[in-house]
Design a protein. Structure first.
Length: 550
């Protein structure tokens, strides 16, 4: 419940502090005294957006602070999930700086407005006159029926599965579009891949092929010069090998005289061995060189295929062609992978759809069972509020579509008088009837939703006399299980409060200020008497006020 509200530099309020109690509290005041300013300040601290027009003094910041006692409302999970300090006496604070910047705090921890709004939904329900129209809105009608049907956990479960369904459906659709795009390129990609695979790139050594091609293209020239080299090396009298052997023999004869000659001999001997190996290799090469036009043509064809592909794909090496081949293989294989992903997602979609249908059917049955309970409670309460012939019919129609709260469509039909046909609630109910229906609804919901505090802002508009008295009884009864605050112009309701606050204006130093104070018993008598008869209070009005209070 709300324990206190402090307001500094807001609208017509310079500085104001209110301590609230449990039970049923009344707020009264003349039209224009500033009751709406109080609600505006409360709305600000609960997360409504602010601007510089909120500041009374444009050079100072506006600070609004509300204290809530929350120990009985199981909110620790909210604080833990939002990484906030949990306090049984939780403090919400809003600050609006002269620069226009706004800040929000929960227990002195900075938060954004959404976090403040999310928490406030668990703390307080501010019901103003225009919110009576919520009764005509589908979402609110479902909230009413689902509260009575105890569908909260089912709706949460349904919502989670619905999010998963939408995520999987969107992902599957995106993959189908991607597959459709790739399919248009598939034939060309497959052709390019087949073209590359045909020449077996992994087994090709381009440098070796080019070397073989050069050798085979110049066989006669190469053989001629290899033969010449072999002759020069092996000629019996003047050949390089013969002369080198004579040189080696000469040095060997003196090698015993010093280590220097021995080293020179070994070096010349190494040259001799290397020369012999080179001559042998030249001989083998020369003997293996055979003019082979068929082999030359095959190598030339393979090289031309390679050069054509390199030019086509604007690359310079076999390695780059291999990289392109791997990329095309991955692209072609990706079709199958995407198809597998789509099949898996469609399987998950079907499974999730089955789960959603089961949850939706359970919610539908719960709602059907709740309809007679809700309508009978409505009729019972509204008969006390001067609507003895009221009738309701709630039509619940299963749909093929998935909504955020199931698969049902709903219509609230209403008849206020005997013999009159049912019509849509939003079309046939008057303003006064809507106010009474809303009060009855809030009274019913108080038994199902454990909201700590509810504020009624002139819900009694359009009613008077005994009906107002019955409305006050209902609000009084609600206050047995929750904190109820009512802003009212009716003395019958004002008299039922456990505590009574008056909002009024004062003028100080040529400036108008809105203030509030809690009335004593004597002050309450006068206030209620003025509500009955006006500023000039008569003796009969005072007696009537005392009677109402008693």
């Amino acid at each position: 419940m709300i324990q206190s509200l402090s307001i500094n530099n807001f609208a017509l309020i310079e500085k104001l502090h209110i301590d609230f109690s449990g039970g049923f509290s009344i707020i009264t005041g003349e039209t224009g005294a500033g009751k709406s300013i109080l609600l505006g300040a409360l709305g600000m601290v609960l997360g409504r957006r602010a601007d510089l027009t909120s500041l009374k003094n444009k050079d100072e910041k506006c600070v609004i602070e509300a204290h809530f006692h929350i120990s009985n409302y199981n909110l620790k999970h909210y604080f833990e999930s939002n990484d906030l300090d949990y306090e049984e006496m939780t403090i919400l604070r809003r600050e609006v700086l002269p620069s226009g910047k706004s800040r929000a705090f929960i227990n002195d921890t900075p938060v954004n407005l959404q976090e403040l709004q999310d928490l406030s939904e668990h703390l307080i329900d501010v019901h103003s006159q225009h919110q009576t129209q919520e009764l005509s809105q589908n979402n609110y009608q479902f909230q009413i029926i689902d509260a009575v049907a105890s569908n909260a956990s089912l709706i949460e479960d349904f919502s989670g599965h619905l999010r998963q369904l939408k995520k999987n459906t969107a992902e599957a659709e995106a993959l189908k579009l991607e597959l459709q795009r790739l399919r248009k390129e598939e034939d060309y990609a497959s052709f390019l891949l087949q073209e590359l695979q045909t020449i077996s790139l992994k087994s090709i050594d381009q440098a070796n092929l080019e070397q073989q091609f050069e050798e085979l293209s110049n066989v006669e020239f190469i053989k001629e010069h290899l033969n010449k080299a072999i002759v020069l090396a092996n000629e019996e009298q003047y050949g390089v090998f013969h002369l080198l052997n004579e040189m080696k023999a000469s040095i060997q004869k003196v090698s015993g005289f010093s280590s220097t000659f021995q080293i020179l001999y070994e070096r010349v001997n190494s040259v001799s061995i290397e020369l012999k190996d080179s001559i042998d290799e030249l001989s083998r090469k020369e003997s293996n060189l055979i003019h082979n036009p068929e082999n030359l043509q095959a190598i030339n064809l393979q090289l031309q295929q390679l050069y054509t592909l390199q030019k086509k794909h604007q690359v310079n090496s076999t390695d780059e062609l291999l990289q392109l081949q791997e990329k095309l293989e991955a692209q072609v294989n990706s079709y199958a992978e995407i198809e597998e992903k789509i099949l898996l997602l469609e399987k998950q979609i079907n499974e999730t759809t089955t789960i959603l249908d089961k949850i939706a059917e359970k919610m539908h049955q719960n709602r059907k069972d709740a309809i007679p309970v809700l309508t009978s409670k409505w009729i019972e309460i509204l008969s006390q509020l001067g609507m003895p012939n009221v009738r309701f019919r709630i039509e619940l129609k299963p749909s093929a579509n998935y909504f955020s709260n199931g698969k049902d469509e709903i219509e609230f039909l209403f008849s206020a008088n005997k013999g009159s046909d049912f019509g849509l609630l939003k079309k046939v109910a008057s303003g006064g009837e809507m106010s009474r229906i809303m009060l009855a609804t809030k009274s019913i919901l108080a038994n199902y939703s454990k909201l700590p505090t509810i504020i009624f802002d002139e819900i009694d508009t359009g009613v008077s006399g005994e009906i107002a008295n019955k409305m006050s009884d209902i609000m009084k009864q609600m206050s047995q299980s929750m904190q109820v605050l009512a802003i009212t112009h009716l003395p019958q309701i004002a008299a039922k409060g456990d505590s009574h606050f008056k909002v009024f204006k004062t003028v100080k130093n040529e400036h108008t200020h809105t203030e509030i104070k809690q009335l004593t018993q004597e002050e309450r008598i006068i206030e209620i008497a003025q509500m009955l008869s006006g500023i000039d209070v008569s003796e009969s009005a005072l007696n009537h006020a005392k009677s109402l209070l008693n």
